[in-house]
Design a protein around this ligand. Sequence first.
Ligand code: GDP
Length: 323
Amino acid sequence: MPKKALITGLTGQDGSYLAELLLSKGYQVYGLVRRSSSGNISRISHLSGNVQILSGDLLDQCSLMDAIAASQPDEIYNLASQSYVPLSWTQPSLTAEYTALGVSRLLESIRRCKSDAKFYQASSSEVFGQPDESPQTERTAFRPRNPYGVAKAYAHWMTINYRQQYNLYACCGITYTHESPRRGAEFVFRKITRAAAMIKLGLAQELKLGNLDARRDWCYAQDAVYAMWMMLQHEQPDDYIIASGETHSVRELVECAFNCVGLNWQDYVSVDPAFYRPDEPVQLVGCIDKIQTQLGWKPHSTFNRLVELMVDYDLKELSNSKA
Ligand code: GDP
């Protein structure tokens, strides 16, 4: 009997990579998809036929119970949320409904319908907000600084509470920024790799950026979803930081991306205050000792390799569309 997995947020970056990973391991994969969603299925169109789509919504408890009853999953991965931080300020209640209460509904549905299913909750480094230590560990205090981070903190603690109270196999993975060619160009990593490719192909002349000294802990999304899967294969449920464990600046990123296409970044990049953030958090960087020691996970892709693979992808994609 193949294992069965139910993924919420199937159409997102992580959901699509996780579905690919689980299919390659012989799982039967079910994806919970919002019926009202406007059909953003570009990331999973290549999987159609292999993944069974179930209609449901984190806002509706019955639909979650029905999806679990229909799929009888061994593993459930909750990758769905309202995850756009600026929107969490303009729609804080909706963010809480999806990102916080949605997880309550899911946990309660698991408890009632399939209490032996293993559960992965996507926590985020946004729960740390302005942390009082760097790097952060699984024991660093949460000080979220936006409604999204607050909602993720609630979901994190509810998952732990359900584990303690009801003995569910429920885990939280605290992921830091993770990137891939499926990432949107509003995020600085993709913005830079795409711009380097466009300039190389003569499709653009310049790139405007904000704070070049900002630093992030960037990891490859495929590495991150592998960690999620590993967490559910362990004997004991637990919570882990999933990160690269190192930071790089936007300046290093831009230099590396332009090197990949054989150009000098200083000839093309200018700083535009419009892209500056008013309130940059202290350095967010994850300590990955726990996941490394207990699960044997570490990221495969280095920072340079990740930049290279994204620039290569953007060059190919843009060349094809040009042709
Ligand atoms: P997130 O803030 O981690 O969700 O990811 P982003 O990719 O949007 O931003 C990463 C960092 O890059 C932030 O510290 C920004 O201040 C910095 N940054 C510098 N220039 C830019 C830019 O042009 N666009 C964006 N999005 N971020 C920039």
